[in-house]
Unconditional design. Sequence first.
Length: 199
Amino acid sequence: MMKSFRQIRDTLVLNRDMMPVSMLPPTSVNWQTAIKAVFLEQAQVVHEYQDWDVHSPSTTLKVPSVIMVRDYVHFEKVIPWNESFLHLRDDYTCQYCLRVFPESHLTQDHVVPRKFGGRTSYENIVSACGPCNHKRGHNIKIQPHRAPYRPSYWELVKKGKTLPLVIPDRSWVDYLDWPEENLFVRGEDKKVVRMKLAA
């Protein structure tokens, strides 16, 4: 019923502390952006795909699976409005009937309806299933079981780690601090076993 993180691209991007720049989801870029960043000396290669090369008329390059930025990125851990983060905050649970749903079956419900001046913000919106949202309509006497609030970055990271994360390469594993039971390598059925980082 739960979703897995989307928007996982080809190359994991590490900060200077060897941790992903963000964990919501782990920061990643497409392979073209990764190669360009390395070429421009904005990043260095940490790991390469063993079975993925790209070719030009004059050269062959291995595609980076993990890169590290040259300059430390100061990431502001302020959560922007995002409907997926809303449903993660609410544990994919309708705040009226308290049933758990797939994200695609949840809607966002304004506790103070927009027609009464309610804003689209974490402090005024809860997850609701379609039937409960329709039944409530603009009836402000019907209130959610839990009042809406702005989640913290670390709260969402903790909740995010309860979801499956499908990564494109095994070289990502030791940089993610993700529970092994929720970590899967694309194209592999095997359980993830952590590698030891070289000293």
